[in-house]
Design a protein around this ligand. Structure first.
Ligand SMILES: [Zn+2]
Ligand SMILES: [Zn+2]
Length: 363
């Protein structure tokens, strides 16, 4: 730690949840990452459990060992000697990847396709993988310099701040689908992501209709602003949606569950000339047979939205920090870091009351 300008930095070892193989999370003591002169160490206060974390833990997608977790809010614990504008003690949101801003993708606003962006560099040790599931996470220089640390206003809790990253991802999708006031949007799946879509769609003045298999989630969707909510197994679903939309169907469907059935239902519920946006990641082996004339004759636009966008970062922070969406309404469970495996179990087999799960690395 020779490069630290805080010689009293007392942290040498920390607790972390290390991914040691599929479904093998190990709560271990690991070294606190060494800081280079342009790096920042953040003490993690709250980290959201994301669907993508769950996938990385439950499927053989990445070589172990790794420390995942990326919806991170915390306090700056140490800074390298050359770090400017940041101080120990500041409360920050950590973005786990930042685009290069000058490649062909970045110049076309496709930030999430940028090679630099796609390479996650925040780390709590091992191959950089987010690092939020640890007491401390190291933020590399390029992220520090390019807007990847965001100051949390005093009026906002770490819990609320941990929603900036998922809000950005959902906001990017809503923007990509060009949801505008007066439109009607179908949201398939009313888990934490679907509910955030409901809030955002409503924020932009559009009408939200949600579907989910769980009655409690339908109720929650109505609470957070959906105009109607249906069980997708309801045989009258398509007719009811047409009733709600003057016989046309919805303008846009946001697919927040990786379900082939949900996609075909979306085709039945979306109006001619409408859009269907894939937000949920499907298992790789899934193929969806599609008659191309659906796209041609009905002029349905199919689109996808992966991860977040630099372009909507300021708006995402504004939505959370100025409480334009009520992220508190999404929080259902809080687990200490040592119980991350239990938290994953809970997310995979939700109770009627399970929505967003937050993890607390430091007690
Ligand atoms: Zn996430
Ligand atoms: Zn780039």
């Amino acid at each position: 730690m020779a490069s630290l300008n805080n010689p009293l930095q007392p942290y040498k070892f920390m607790k972390a949840q290390v991914f040691r193989g599929v479904n093998q999370l190990s709560y271990e003591e690991v070294p606190v990452p060494d800081l280079k002169a342009d790096e920042v160490l953040v003490q993690v206060k709250v980290v959201g459990l994301c669907q993508s974390d769950i996938k990385k833990i439950r499927y053989p997608l990445y070589e172990p060992p790794r420390i995942f977790g990326h919806e991170t809010a915390g306090t700056i614990a140490a800074i390298g000697a050359e770090v400017e504008h940041w101080q120990v003690g500041q409360r920050v949101v950590v973005l786990h990847h930042i685009p290069c801003m000058h490649c062909g993708y970045c110049l076309n606003d496709n930030f999430s396709m940028c090679e630099v962006y796609r390479k996650i560099t925040t780390t709590a040790g091992f191959a950089p993988s987010g690092g939020g599931f640890a007491e401390f996470v190291k933020v590399p220089g390029h992220i520090v310099r390019q807007g990847g640390l965001i100051t949390i206003p005093d009026s906002i809790t770490f819990e609320q701040a941990s929603f900036v990253e998922p809000t950005n991802c959902c906001l990017k999708a809503v923007k990509k689908a060009q949801v505008t006031a007066g439109e009607t949007v179908l949201i398939t799946g009313a888990g934490p992501i679907g509910l955030m879509f409901v809030m955002l769609v409503k924020h932009f003045g559009a009408r939200a209709i949600a579907t989910d298999l769980l009655p409690s989630r339908l109720e929650k969707a109505l609470q957070v602003g959906a105009e109607a909510a249906f069980d997708p197994r309801d045989p009258n679903l398509v007719a009811q949606i047409h009733d709600l939309t003057g016989g046309m169907g919805v303008d846009t469907t946001l697919l927040a569950v990786p379900s082939e059935k949900a996609f075909f239902q979306a085709l039945d519920c979306t109006r001619r000339g409408g859009k269907i946006l894939f937000f949920a990641e499907f298992p790789d082996e899934v193929e969806i047979p599609l008659n191309p004339n659906v796209l041609y004759r009905r002029e349905i636009d199919l689109m996808g939205s992966y991860s977040s966008s630099y372009r909507v970062q300021a708006l995402a922070a504004d939505l959370v920090f100025n409480r334009r969406i009520d992220v508190d309404a999404l929080v259902s469970d809080r687990y200490p870091l040592k119980d991350l495996a239990l938290a994953v179990e809970r997310a995979v087999s939700p109770t009627p009351d399970t929505f967003k799960i937050l993890i607390y690395p430091t007690s």
